[in-house]
Write a protein that binds this ligand. Sequence first.
Ligand SMILES: [Zn+2]
Ligand SMILES: [Zn+2]
Length: 96
Amino acid sequence: MSNEASSSIRTSGGRPCPVCGKATYSRGGIHPQCAIVQADEGRKKQLIEKRKKEAESSKASGDKSKSKRWNKKCPKCSTEVHVRLKTCACGHKFDT
Ligand SMILES: [Zn+2]
Ligand SMILES: [Zn+2]
């Protein structure tokens, strides 16, 4: 309804800000508030990359831990039982 929005976008004079594209007269060629946004974006990207790597590594190790590593075989009935169980279902008692 108003022309305020379009009139505020003036590229004559200052350099265009790399974040919002609007002219800026700041020394760094970027609005102070846009510099904060830019820094935040970089931080976000780093966080996402970090989380991706963590998820991938935990995925890889998680799949391996689900294998027979936590099972031991009962010498009496040859049934695989959890390594922390001291007694098998058949009644055999493990030493460890
Ligand atoms: Zn800006
Ligand atoms: Zn058994």
